[in-house]
Design a protein around this ligand. Sequence first.
Ligand SMILES: Cc1cc2nc3c(=O)[nH]c(=O)nc-3n(C[C@H](O)[C@H](O)[C@H](O)COP(=O)(O)O)c2cc1C
Length: 216
Amino acid sequence: MSEATASATEYASVVRERHSVRQYDPNATISESELKEILSEASLAPSSSNTQSWRFLVFHDKELQQKLLPIANNQQQIVDSSAVVAVLADREGFKRLGQINDIAVEKGIMPREFADQFTERSIAMYGSLSKEKQTQIALVDGGLVSMQIMLSAKARGYDTVPMGGFDAARLVEEFGIPETLVPVMLIAVGKGAAPGRATARLPLEEITFWNGQGLK
Ligand SMILES: Cc1cc2nc3c(=O)[nH]c(=O)nc-3n(C[C@H](O)[C@H](O)[C@H](O)COP(=O)(O)O)c2cc1C
């Protein structure tokens, strides 16, 4: 098997074996360094103009997870998993483009002049958008990073479940989340105590339209 085929096979098994797991071993733990590895690998996700407008609020403490429980519809995985990541979308994330592009210059991957022009133009463009549009862009990026968190966790032997079933206003209030950070989803990470159930998918023909054919 060629190297490319082997890595495609490994990737496919991570993707195919990830299922939303809702029952966790409450005694299992995940180290802070493993969580950091997962989050930093996930942060390699693409984002609009590389703004990386995702922020992570990590609950790695059973007492805090307990506090989160009623906010997340008492979903048991909140307390039984080893950690919960609240993925937040920073609708003003574009304001850090100067910092991001400076890092690229320091690494020698972007010329200084280009970085400065790109930063100035991008900040002006994102700044001219409505709050709703800024939020929408940051939410898309938040979805991409969330998927990568789940796959990076799975590749390291951890199970996950994404959760939209929570009270976003209460989450913001309870944990002092600034108004510019919009909750995307919660992701429980831990060791499954029971396998996630298999789920069905629509046939590809029903979700794919080749060259514009069949769209109604
Ligand atoms: C945005 C989003 C919100 C979700 N919210 C919840 C939730 O609150 N609780 C839950 O148990 N599962 C939740 N799920 C998991 C879905 O039910 C699950 O992904 C779907 O049934 C497909 O199953 P699979 O993840 O095992 O492939 C959510 C998934 C997504 C993407």
